[in-house]
Design a protein around this ligand. Sequence first.
Ligand code: F6P
Length: 365
Amino acid sequence: MVKKNKINRIGIITGGGDCPGLNAVIRGVTKPAQDYGMNVFGIIDGFEGLVEGKAKELNNKDVSGILAQGGTILGSSNKGDPFHWPVIKEGKIEVVDKSENALRNYRTWGLDAIIAIGGDGTMHICNKLGKMGMNIVGVPKTIDNDLEATDLTFGHDSAVFVVSDALDRLHTTASSHHRVIVVEVMGRYAGWIALNGGLSGGADIILIPEIPFSWDKVYQKINERELMGKRFSLVCVAEGAKPKDGTIVIKGTDKKRTDPVQLGGVGELVAKNIEKNTHRETRVTVLGHLQRGGSPTPFDRILATKFGAFAIELAAEKKFGRMVALKGSEVKNVKIEDAISRQKLVQPNNQAVRTARAIGISFGE
Ligand code: F6P
């Protein structure tokens, strides 16, 4: 059955860092498209493809069997912001505006709308492209779970699963060797992955950006555990965590990225200071991109599929400038403009934090 509509050709793009569940969204958009009388055009390598004119038709065959596949079959990039396009001139990186190229390709391809799957960076770009005349429907994704407008983003549960599994494994080796093991996890400026991963993996100390920690309280917790006969400790530290009197640890900067700052290294610092000040043998594990790779959890597969199918419904109804969002247990839609106004951070007194404190987990406060 072909439903009556005037939207014939819909682009789909995956922007920013990848995460488990992107393919489930692509499938969730492409499979119902026929019913709406639409064809789907996959834009390659995120906004790079929109600026440089790289895209291909997507049909049911292309999306068959990709539900459980990690990454994105379309490719992605966090360096392709059309409004901040890096070019190398005389050996130096210069930033230019390529948004007119993006608009030209949108028109040349005959697109009626684009479904853009991405995090806050992607939604900022979408908001600006919308103002230039493109019809956009946003789908939020990020392992960091830091988008205010949605209760959850797909990818987060899969990342938490990796952290939880890693902590389970590190628990046995830490306890056998009577060591402290520090696990550094991703999340940028938000502590959701460390908090939820640490809670589910039984960390003894969780350090998050929203609760700057005191070094002495961290050492105290490890020493207290030792006095209680617990000769090992697990510390789950978010990459954006910082001590009360210190700053965030930055691995480097790259002007070509949409967000030039690369976080990383706090795990090493925490491990070094713990060993020096508690005299306990300490090791560090940085989980890095393991948290972004691989198959999505069942929860993320379902959420991503719901997001995809709802996004094409919104496009068919011409509800542009909107982003799908989970509100409670329902998928709703919000204005993209409102979705990017605020980052969702862990409230230092939220239920998960209170629960963690109640069972004796230290935040180094
Ligand atoms: O936003 C997702 C994320 O994985 C962050 O948690 C992390 O800081 C960043 O991306 C890493 O980005 P990249 O893969 O570009 O180094």
